[in-house]
Unconditional design. Structure first.
Ligand SMILES: NC(=O)C1=CN([C@@H]2O[C@H](COP(=O)(O)OP(=O)(O)OC[C@H]3O[C@@H](n4cnc5c(N)ncnc54)[C@H](OP(=O)(O)O)[C@@H]3O)[C@@H](O)[C@H]2O)[C@@H](O)CC1
Ligand SMILES: [K+]
Length: 490
């Protein structure tokens, strides 16, 4: 499991740890890990040109101490000081002792806002490596103008870019990016991941992320703010039939989906459900013929959901068109219900809130925006807050689809993030497969949080296998689910 903690939690843990250690010890651990990561990234340190972007906080201090280490190994290291009068004194002294210099000025005066600007930009453009120590977890709001100019210049440089703790300009707690931010090839983060490193859009700015252990793990609380499942975690969640299992004990998932206009959505939801571990898939709706001709193992009913026979979970909504009464009927069932696509628009909020069995809603950003009454961009820019808000308004678990999928429970607590997806998954019908898969896992007894996050994980992996660098259709993704399942299990 990869976990991420908020700034507030990190600060508290840091205080506790610092009280037991000699002054400066944590920063030295951080700087040592940072310098090693920089060296690994550029390969040859001796003779390389390194530019440090140094803010006035400890993030800048980390950059300066790491720069000193690189200078001792023969790199030509220049520091751009955003606020020379408030620079970390010990870090600057260490850099200068090691043979590093201040960029943009021979006198040590400030660079970015002074006559040295041209020289600073030139140094950045000519650098082999830029180390972004402008701001870390102490950042608030968008980057200030001086810092934003530097971030833009870094974007034009061909240098390898390493962000210290976080790419400057991204919000550590939410993953939001307001205005300019540094785009890194590698982010070296200390003690724990921060939520922003795992959630888009910030995640994209971070590049690959390397976690440096500074001993914080011992003092962090057990429950994180955000967690990302890995293969072993998903393997533990996936249902395994026992010797005594029959189809009913393994769970029956009901799919109420599709319409005369969109029969394909029903077929695709069933295709996901058949690969999700339930013992049987029951279908109700107008696309029964299409479903059976493709998947003869489906139990098709021509009655409404209430009379279709027992199920342990329902999926409602994919391709439903305007069939609000089916959605309402499913919401009355006292079993877990997954609501997707048209169902999200048709579901009555009070009816969802009144349910006692779990509800899992699976909107993409556009659907979530419509439910929240905001613009799509607002949801995409603030994914964590949007998922939490929607979950709380509906009293449901919300799986917000996207390049980083989030799953949030109504009661708060840890949010799951999934990053196995691929841009190739943004294809028609892919969401229908996901809802069938997640519904099937709900029917086999997983909680809404577990079913949603395990389904997102498998679905993302299946998307990667199916696409393998080329376009793939939603049915290819469904067919790749067993391979993803085996990959996770092995
Ligand atoms: N946690 C740990 O265990 C450890 C933490 N460590 C390191 O410490 C870092 C945290 O250091 P920190 O607390 O000094 O804050 P930091 O990120 O340097 O930012 C503060 C500075 O940024 C400025 N500033 C703010 N907003 C801005 C903006 N929008 N645009 C531009 N500037 C902005 C702000 O200016 P001010 O508001 O004061 O004028 C202030 O000068 C952490 O990320 C990690 O790298 C490691 O050394 C070891 C262990
Ligand atoms: K930074």
């Amino acid at each position: 499991m990869r976990t991420a903690y908020s700034v507030e939690t990190v600060r508290a843990a840091e205080r506790e740890l610092m009280a037991r250690l000699p002054e400066g010890a944590l920063m030295q651990r951080a700087a040592a890990g940072l310098a090693a990561a920089c060296a690994d990234l550029i390969g040859r340190v001796y003779g390389s040109r390194v530019v440090l972007l140094v803010g006035s906080g400890d993030n800048g201090g980390d950059a300066l101490y790491a720069g000193a280490r690189l200078a001792r190994r023969g790199a030509a290291v220049a520091a751009v000081l955003l606020a020379p009068e408030r620079v970390h004194p010990g870090g600057l002294a260490a850099l200068l002792r090691a043979g590093g210099r201040i960029a943009g000025s021979g006198t040590g005066a400030g660079a970015a806002a002074s006559a040295g600007v041209g020289a600073v930009e030139e140094a950045i453009l000519r650098a082999d490596l830029v180390v972004d120590g402008i701001v870390g977890i102490g950042g608030t709001g968008g980057l200030r103008p001086d810092a934003a100019r530097l971030a833009a210049c870094v974007g034009e440089s061909g240098a390898a870019v390493v962000a210290v703790d976080l790419p400057s300009g991204v919000d550590a707690d939410t993953g939001e990016v307001r205005g300019a931010a540094v785009r890194a090839d590698l982010t070296v983060t200390f003690g724990t991941h921060k939520p922003g490193l795992l959630i888009d859009p910030a995640r994209e700015y971070a590049g690959s992320v390397r976690l440096v252990d500074i001993g914080l793990g011992d003092v962090l609380p057990a429950e994180a703010e955000l967690e990302a499942l890995q293969h072993v975690d998903v393997a533990r969640l996936l249902p395994v039939p026992g010797a005594e299992s029959d189809k009913y004990r393994r769970g029956v998932v009901g799919i109420a989906a599709g319409s005369a206009r969109y029969p394909g959505a029903a077929v695709l939801a069933v295709s996901g459900a058949l690969r999700g571990g339930a013992g049987a898939v029951r279908y109700v709706g107008p696309a029964g013929d299409a479903v059976v001709s493709r998947f003869p193992e489906t139990l098709v009913s021509d009655q409404g959901p209430a009379k279709a026979g027992r199920v342990q979970a329902w999926v409602v909504g994919p391709g439903a068109g305007d069939d609000a009464s089916t959605v309402a009927e499913v919401l009355e069932a006292d079993v877990p219900v997954l609501v997707d696509a048209d169902g999200l628009r048709l579901a009555d909020r009070d009816a969802v809130r009144a349910r006692t069995a779990p509800t899992l809603m699976t909107p993409h950003a556009g659907e979530a925006a419509a439910l929240l009454g905001v613009a799509r961009e607002e949801v995409e820019g603030a994914r964590l807050a949007s998922a939490r808000e929607l979950a709380s308004r509906y009293g449901a678990t919300v799986l917000l689809k996207g390049s980083t999928t989030l799953v949030a429970d109504a009661a708060g607590g840890v949010v799951r993030v999934n990053a196995t997806g691929t841009p190739w998954l943004a294809t028609a019908g892919s969401g229908d497969v996901l809802s069938g898969l997640a519904g099937s896992l709900l029917a086999s007894g997983l909680s809404a949080l577990d079913a949603g996050s395990a389904a997102a994980y498998l679905h993302g992996l299946a998307g990667r296998f199916a696409a393998d660098g080329a376009p793939a259709g939603a049915h290819d993704v469904a067919e790749a689910i067993p391979g993803a399942w085996r990959d996770v299990r092995d």
